[in-house]
Design a protein around this ligand. Structure first.
Ligand code: PHE
Length: 340
């Protein structure tokens, strides 16, 4: 009887360790086959008395069942592997039973537009930099060649912070100064960010909006570089079916200065409410960096020249998506945002 118990124990151990189906089959033969260990014992039962036959016979049958069960268990273990054959068998896919179908979000149309514009300038060799939203007078005005009495310095246009020492940047142009203070030419960089102006909001104005500043400084940079770069940008972004034009303009920190218009997306140049009847929509300010700005950051203004531009992101997003009220961008109304 002890012997039978030991055989079962040994068989179980071996079966559990078997490394493949063939090994399991071999063990089955070894214990339960025609001349297997258990089979042999069953055959030898005739040697015993009726009483003993009953007892030992019952034990042997139990042993046989135990070993068979162990073999089945091991076979199932191998069958669960991802063999080619198993893959072909039909399986139940439980993964969907546990999915909750969370709604998937996406970028805000303003972020999306910043990414799209940045990608074009990246392809033209521009790096990306960041600047702070809280600035001093030096970065926002002084270093950018604003005369002391420039109207933009007025408290009606600028949000000054407590004590009037700091302010919320009114444009991304202070980013130019930070970049030039920290590195030497050649420079080719864009600075996207949020800007603030102390003005009432309406369909086309908001006290908070976004700009992308651009700056390129090197030896021999000319107005041709400015025009070709910005034309490439506009063509990439708006396509060839919308005309563009440069108009002379004025900014304290560029000379000469210009503004770039794109043909009105809504009326294709015929004149409508959106373009106020002109057929054109202004999308950026630009110009050659003023020598005084180069001097402010201690660059040699005889040696280096550069161009700069500032793109209004909201205007472009409005043009691209056909939105006629800038306030929609900031209301976080999901019915609006889900359309993008
Ligand atoms: N900072 C200007 C504005 O906010 C735009 C600009 C940037 C113009 C760089 C020229 C060069 O209107």
């Amino acid at each position: 009887m002890n012997n039978i118990e030991e055989i079962v124990k040994k068989a179980s151990e071996q079966i559990q360790k078997a490394q493949n189906l063939e090994a399991v089959e071999a063990l089955k033969t070894q214990y339960l086959g025609k001349s297997g260990e258990i089979t042999k014992l069953l055959k030898s039962l005739s040697e015993y008395s009726v009483e003993e036959k009953k007892k030992i016979g019952a034990l042997l049958n139990c042993a046989k069942k135990d070993i068979e069960a162990e073999i089945e268990k091991r076979k199932e273990f191998f069958a669960s592997f991802e063999t080619e054959e198993n893959m072909k068998k039909e399986r139940t896919d439980f993964s969907s039973a546990f999915s909750f179908n969370f709604p998937k979000g996406h970028l805000h149309p303003i972020s999306q537009t910043i990414e799209d514009i940045s990608a074009i300038f990246k392809s033209l060799g521009f790096e990306t930099a960041q600047g702070p939203e809280i600035e001093t007078d030096w970065y926002n005005f002084e270093a950018l060649n604003h005369p002391a009495d420039h109207p933009a310095r007025d408290i009606q246009d600028t949000f000054y912070l407590e004590g009037m020492k700091n302010l919320l940047r009114t444009h991304t142009s202070p980013g130019q100064i930070h970049v030039m203070e920290n590195q030497q030419p050649p420079i080719k960089v864009i600075v996207p960010g949020r800007v603030y102006r102390n003005e009432a909001s309406d369909a086309s104005h908001s006290s908070t909006f976004h700009q992308i500043e651009g700056l390129s400084v090197d030896k021999n940079v000319t107005f041709i570089d400015l025009k070709s770069t910005l034309t490439l940008y506009a063509r990439n972004f708006f396509g060839f079916d919308l005309d563009i034009r440069f108009r002379p303009s004025y900014f304290p920190f560029t000379e000469p200065s210009a503004e770039m218009d794109v043909q009105c997306f809504f009326c294709k140049g015929k004149g409508c409410g959106v373009c106020k009847g002109t057929g054109w929509i202004e999308i950026l300010g630009c110009g050659m960096v003023h020598p005084n700005v180069l001097k402010a950051v201690k660059y040699d203004s005889e040696k280096y020249t550069g161009y700069a531009f500032g793109i209004g992101v909201e205007r472009i997003a409005m043009l691209k998506y056909g939105i006629d009220d800038i306030r929609l961008f900031y209301e976080n109304d999901l019915r609006f945002l889900r359309q993008f």
